[in-house]
Design a protein around this ligand. Structure first.
Ligand code: ZN
Length: 306
C-alpha cells in the first residue's frame, strides 16, 4: 500500500518511519537482478520488507542494497535488513563502511546530533564485513539491459554516493540535492554539520553533467525538471553560505542567522510554517542545517558565531 511505480522497473516505497509519511523513501529496482536503494532506518525495515513482498520480489533474489551514505535515515537499517535478504551485499562508500560494520560510535554521535529524532530512526545493527562492497565508481548490473552507476557526491557527508539508473535515466540523490517537499514543490537544504560547501557544489556539477531525466530524493520522492533543480540548489547553498558568513562577521547569534536565512531564501519563507509544525523537519532543517551552514562560515572566517 506504500509502494508506487514511478518508472520502468522502478518502485518507490514510503517507509512511513515512526508513522511519518513522505519523510523517507527507499526504492526498488525491479529488473531480473533486483536492487534496493536505501535501506532506510532500522525502525522501518519491517515496512520495507512488506513492500518487497507486496511487489512480488523474493528476498533471496535481491543481490544488492545500495546506500547513499551511512546516516541512520539512509543506511541505519542495513544490518537489520540483511538478516532477511540472504544473498544481498551492501554497496557503500569506503569511508562509511567501517561504521556499518561497527556502528557503536555512529549511534551515540547520531543521538547527539539528532536528539529525539534518533529514537524515531532506531539503533543500527552491524553489517557483517564480508557482506560489504565498498565502491566510489563503477556500476551494478540490474538485468534486462539496465545498470546502476555509482557517482561519488561528497559534501553533505564525506562518504556520500549518488546512483544513476539506466532504465529511466534518473538519479538517486540521497542527501546531495536537498530535501524535496513535494506538496509545496520546494527544495530545502540538507546540510548538517560538518558541511563542506565547495565539494557539495562540485558534486552537484557531476549530477548536472549526467543530464538526468528525474531526481529520486530519499526525502522525498520523484521530481522532474532535474537539471534546473540541481542548479537552483547550488544557488540556494551559495545564498545560505553568504547569509551565514555575513551573520558570523557581524557577530549575530544562531537565532538571528536562522531568521535571516528564512527571510532571504524564498523557499524557506514558503515552507517556514510547515517545517516548524513538523516534529522531525523542525529539528533537521531548522536546527541541524542552520548549524551546518554556520559551522561552514565559522571555519571559513576562523571566527565563532556569538
Ligand atoms: Zn537524510
Amino acid at each position: 500500500m506504500h509502494t508506487k511505480q514511478i518508472g520502468k522497473n522502478l518502485i518507490q516505497v514510503d517507509l512511513c518511519t515512526g508513522g511519518y509519511s513522505q519523510l523517507i523513501s527507499s526504492y526498488i529496482l525491479a529488473g531480473s537482478n533486483p536492487v534496493i536503494v536505501e535501506s532506510g532506518p532500522t525502525n522501518s525495515v519491517p515496512n520495507l520488507l512488506d513492500a518487497i513482498n507486496e511487489v512480488g520480489i523474493k528476498p533471496e533474489a535481491i543481490r544488492s542494497v545500495a546506500v547513499t551514505h551511512i546516516h541512520l535515515d539512509h543506511a541505519g537499517g542495513a544490518g537489520a535488513l540483511l538478516k532477511h535478504l540472504p544473498n544481498a551485499n551492501v554497496i557503500v562508500h569506503p569511508k562509511g563502511a567501517p561504521h556499518l560494520i561497527d556502528p557503536e560510535r555512529l549511534w551515540p554521535s547520531s543521538q547527539s546530533v539528532l536528539g529525539y529524532v534518533s529514537e524515531v530512526f532506531g539503533k543500527p545493527e552491524p553489517v557483517p564485513q564480508n557482506r560489504i562492497i565498498p565502491m566510489t565508481e563503477g556500476s551494478i548490473d540490474l538485468g534486462d539491459g539496465g545498470k546502476l552507476s555509482i557517482i561519488e557526491t561528497v559534501g553533505h557527508a564525506s562518504h556520500h554516493l549518488s546512483y544513476h539508473e539506466a532504465f529511466n535515466g534518473g538519479v538517486f540523490t540521497g542527501d546531495a540535492a536537498g530535501t524535496y517537499l513535494a506538496e509545496c514543490n520546494v527544495v530545502v537544504p540538507t546540510i548538517p554539520p560538518p558541511f563542506y560547501l565547495e565539494p557539495a557544489l562540485a558534486s552537484l556539477d557531476k549530477l548536472i553533467a549526467l543530464n538526468p531525466s528525474a531526481l529520486y530524493f530519499t526525502h522525498f520522492g520523484k521530481a522532474d525538471d532535474a537539471v534546473n533543480r540541481l542548479k537552483a540548489y547550488q544557488e540556494q547553498l551559495k545564498l545560505w553560505a553568504k547569509v551565514a558568513e555575513e551573520g558570523v562577521k557581524a557577530g549575530h547569534n544562531l537565532e538571528q542567522i536562522r531568521s535571516r536565512i528564512i527571510k532571504e531564501d524564498p523557499a524557506m519563507t514558503a515552507v517556514e510554517e510547515y517545517v516548524k509544525g513538523h516534529r522531525v523537519l523542525q529539528k533537521t532543517v531548522l536546527e541541524n542545517c542552520i548549524n551546518g551552514i554556520v559551522g561552514y562560515a565559522e571555519r571559513k572566517l576562523g571566527k565563532p558565531a556569538s
